[in-house]
Ligand binder design. Structure first.
Ligand SMILES: [Zn+2]
Length: 130
């Protein structure tokens, strides 16, 4: 059962620098680093869209409730109640989705993408350890 030939050697890139406080370009050691945050931005947009869609999916019930409640105040009340219910559903869904998406995007930024770009040499690199 001796199938392991060479011992595992994880030190291909010396991971000695602390990745917490100071960011430094691994190629030219410049400190001028910018965060791209693609995932965060995309997550916010996607989250807003998804949340708004989900919110609008609840519009049917929201509008119905609003319209039913508004019926007490007559036809105009029903219309206004329906619109209010629909708007609330979309707005709440959108903002909740945006926050959730942005948070998710942040995680993706930190783990998947090369989220940092060096302003001196243009090198992109990630904060993730491999
Ligand atoms: Zn650089």
């Amino acid at each position: 059962m001796e199938t392991i030939g060479t011992p595992f050697q994880p030190n291909l890139v010396a991971p000695t620098k602390a990745a917490t406080s100071i960011l430094q370009c691994p190629r030219c050691e410049s400190m001028r680093i910018e965060k791209k945050d693609y995932g965060r931005k995309a997550g916010g947009i996607i989250g807003t869209a998804a949340g708004t869609t989900a919110g609008f999916a609840g519009i049917a019930s929201g509008a119905n409730i609003g319209a039913t409640a508004g019926l007490i105040a007559g036809p105009l009340g029903a219309a206004l109640g329906g619109i209010a219910g629909a708007l609330l559903g979309g707005l709440i869904g959108g903002s909740v989705g945006c926050a959730t998406g942005a948070k998710l995007g942040e995680v993706i930024d930190d783990t998947v993408f090369d989220n940092y770009v060096c302003l001196d040499c243009g090198h992109t690199f990630g904060n993730h350890h491999t």
